[in-house]
Write a protein that binds this ligand. Sequence first.
Ligand code: AR6
Length: 167
Amino acid sequence: MKLILTQGDITKTTVDAIVNAANTSLLGGGGVDGAIHRAGGKAILEECVAIRNKQGGCAVGEAVITTAGNLPSKYVIHTVGPVWNGDKEKKKLLLASCYKNCLQLAEKYELKSIAFPNISTGIYHFPKNEAAKIAIETVKQFPVESIQEITFVCFDEENYKLYEQLL
Ligand code: AR6
């Protein structure tokens, strides 16, 4: 399995699945979530609504999969990162769960490539350094089968530099 680091807009990434840093409502929001829904079109929201109707949204640390609509990828895997407040140790475990559950869904769909944004490090204020360490450790430890490439797409310079150092 190959680990790749890029800087830019994840909606432009051509992989089997891009990951969205969503919220429990699955109905969209700001940051990367807003960018994905804007660029992907209404098909993504329609599937999110269907999932909501079936299971009532998505819990923190969990993940769900939808079409990628007009995006160049095939699927969007929506995960909900933890907000950085309260029990810090618990939040770290929840962030690791996000990465694990996304990878597990990618394996279930027998995907070969997946791209992650820096989950929770924007509006949810998770410390970028801690989040980067958790992301890298978690994907390295995951027992991949179908997955051949995992890309970290950093939007901001600070995250990009952190990942560059850690990788
Ligand atoms: N491509 C890649 N990364 C991006 C993009 C993009 N187009 N835009 C922003 N980022 P955030 P969170 C980076 O705030 O902290 C939403 O409202 C950004 O620089 O998108 O998990 C949801 O609905 C940062 O490093 O997600 C939730 O309510 C990273 O993506 C809430 O925000 C995550 O920042 C989730 O907060």
